[in-house]
Design a binder for this molecule. Sequence first.
Ligand code: SAH
Length: 242
Amino acid sequence: MRAALLSALVSALILIECGVPSPEARDASSDDRTEERARMVREQIASRGVRDPRVLAAMEAVPRHALVPEALSDRAYADGPLPIGEGQTISQPYIVAAMSEAADVGPEERVLEVGTGSGYQAAVLSHLAREVYTIELEPSLAARAAADLARLGCTNVHTRTGDGYAGWPEAAPFDAILVTAAPDHVPDALVEQLAMGGRLVIPVGPRGGGQQLVVLEKTAEGVTRETLLPVMFVPLRRDPEE
Ligand code: SAH
């Protein structure tokens, strides 16, 4: 009983930690851009139909401006994707919210993200899940995201450099998997690494257009598939060394 209470307390602390400044820090820097985030949630996310209160709260909490390149900081809360280097992009805030809602992540769940990029989606997931595992193919992006997530205090996010096509078998199974780059078909390894009842949220389609965001769910009767909306993601690349 006491252990359960302690664990609930610890997860509550983790939930409010990632990217959220302490009251003292907030006093010291008055500009943590809380109002811009509240407007982003209202005008770009809730208005387009995202309802999950935990997702909306996470989107309000995570400082997107701390994860985009400094030169683009003034556009951090704009309604679109932004370049993050190496030809990659941080997704539009609405897409991050819609994918998080579709993944339906509970506070005790473990989640895998493929395509760490800036670390923003991982930071949002860190508010929703117990543990987040995120894998990035491009070493320089992986290193920068790992450093940024550590700086923000996202202690329940585990980062790795590698080809997410194969998932993260040592940490599987996952209650949810989010893929933030588009393959032309759903990788088998990711479906295999879903727990029973687990959800895989993934953009699928040819590069440069025609992609759909789909949600697969592993059930006792098999894998169900639902198409959510048309999207445009960078391609999920294969590791050239494999
Ligand atoms: N989720 C990110 C946005 C990701 S953009 C964010 O919140 O900022 C897609 C990312 O997927 C890019 O950084 C790209 O380098 C990475 N990527 C592409 N193919 C990959 C693969 N096979 N495994 C892991 N990461 C991959």
